[in-house]
Design a protein. Structure first.
Ligand code: NDP
Ligand code: MG
Length: 390
């Protein structure tokens, strides 16, 4: 915040999505603390219009330029600035009054505007994990250079972040990320061969956008979160462990060198990590449902199975190989998830395409931003060809 008692000015990249709409609920609950400065979307223009009328931001941006006229006309009676296109997303986050940029866009598209926000020294509430998967090293360097805080919104990383509060200087032995295991946790390999997008879109514990819901079903989401944890918390890959915990009550844990383990718990509700990123380092009151131990009597844990969920192993491999390999995996994954949702590739076929794309795309050990852009393009093209060849 620039001044005491000033409301935090928040820009939401991807306000029409699952995280974006929940962030607006948090802001709505705390009008004395937070104000919406900018809202952005890609296609869902009607929802963006409704949000703009309700929250009266300074500006709105629609990434898809074809929707500009519709948006502009619908808000003509209000003093809201209206912009369109990818460049406008990068420019809007630089606006002087903004304190926090919530990156709630999905996929690689979040990388560039996040870089702009870091360079403009805005606190980043980071939901868009793909940014750290693709270019974690570059993002960390930029954040250091511009002294920009990155506050995790992903529930596991918010949990770790909360466990680390008050532990400055203490040695972390292990970061333990919990995973629900997704809708197919108990399925056999044979059963996985025929699962449909409709089945995969039914997550047992969380309501999320379609891309991350499929990533949760394949456990690529957990693989991405391992990479995300490496960059956020500066731990070595060998220090990051995944444990399947189907109840999603423990959101993640940290083990310290004295053997003590701290866990952060609560009912699964993304509004809490969103609110914590907004209020950090303070906590503020919420009306969210409380965990009731008379109802929650059974917390269980099991090991992840990387034979049935190969994407988790592929993400670990990409992390160990480093360079542009996680960028390759991310690009291939975005292509296969889209193809799976359209019925063009099977559930298990997704891992095959990702694995082949990893071997066929040019490897770069110390990528620059331009290398990431080229890698993303090359890997998408290879993955698309592999799907079309099947
Ligand atoms: P959704 O699909 O629900 O929402 C995505 C948002 O991004 C929408 O506002 C969408 O606009 C916008 N968007 C999509 N593509 C583009 C683009 N090319 N350019 C500009 N804007 C775009 O996703 P989620 O809210 O579920 O997830 C958002 C991010 O948060 C992801 O990175 C995900 O991994 C991460 N995350 C999500 C969690 C969750 O519970 N949902 C939990 C932890 C992390 P439009 O609506 O117009 O298409
Ligand atoms: Mg998560």
């Amino acid at each position: 915040m620039n001044q005491q008692n000033k409301k935090k000015q928040i820009a939401i990249l991807g306000s029409t999505g699952s995280i974006g709409t929940q962030a607006l609920q948090v802001i709505d609950e705390h009008p004395e603390l937070y104000e919406v400065y900018a809202l952005t979307a890609n296609n869902r223009v009607d929802m963006l219009i409704a949000q703009a009328r309700r929250f009266q931001p300074e500006a709105v941006v629609i990434a898809n330029e074809d929707k500009y006229t519709q948006l502009k006309d619908a808000l003509a009676d209000l003093p809201i600035k209206v912009y369109a296109g990818d460049d406008a997303l990068c420019q809007i986050v630089e606006s002087e009054p903004i304190d926090v940029v919530l990156t709630a866009m999905v996929g690689y598209a979040g990388l560039k505007p996040t870089m702009s926000a870091i360079k403009a020294r805005k606190a980043i509430a980071l939901a868009n994990k793909e940014t750290l998967v693709v270019a974690g090293e570059l993002i960390n360097k930029l954040a250091q250079q511009y002294r920009t805080p990155i506050l995790p919104v992903d529930s596991e990383h918010s949990a770790v972040f909360q466990c680390l509060s008050g532990e400055v200087g203490n040695t972390i032995e292990k970061v333990i990320l919990t995973a629900s295991g997704g809708p197919f946790r108990t399925f056999t390999y044979e059963q996985l061969q025929t699962v449909t997008p409709q089945q995969a879109l039914k997550h047992p514990n969380w309501e999320m956008g379609s891309k991350i819901t499929i990533d949760s079903a394949t456990m690529m989401n957990k693989g991405f979160e391992v990479i995300e944890a490496k960059w956020l918390f500066g731990v070595h890959p060998t220090q990051i462990e995944v444990v399947v915990h189907p109840q999603s009550v423990i959101h993640s844990m940290v083990q310290f060198e004295d053997s003590s383990i701290k866990a952060q718990m609560g009912l699964p509700d993304m509004r809490l990590p969103i609110q914590y990123a907004f209020s950090y380092p303070d906590r503020v009151y919420s009306t969210f449902e409380r965990l009731d131990f008379s109802k929650c009597t059974n917390l269980t844990f099991e090991q992840p199975d990387t034979k049935r969920f190969r994407n988790l192993a592929l993400a670990y491999e990409a992390m160990y190989r480093g360079g542009n390999m996680p960028c390759i995996v991310n690009a291939a994954n975005e292509i296969v998830v889209d193809a799976f949702l359209k019925g063009k590739v099977s559930f298990l076929g997704m891992s095959n395409v990702i694995e082949k794309t990893m071997t066929e795309t040019s490897f770069v050990i110390s990528p620059t931003y331009d290398d990431y852009v080229a890698t993303d393009k090359e890997a998408r093209s290879i993955a698309t060809q592999l799907i079309n060849k099947q």
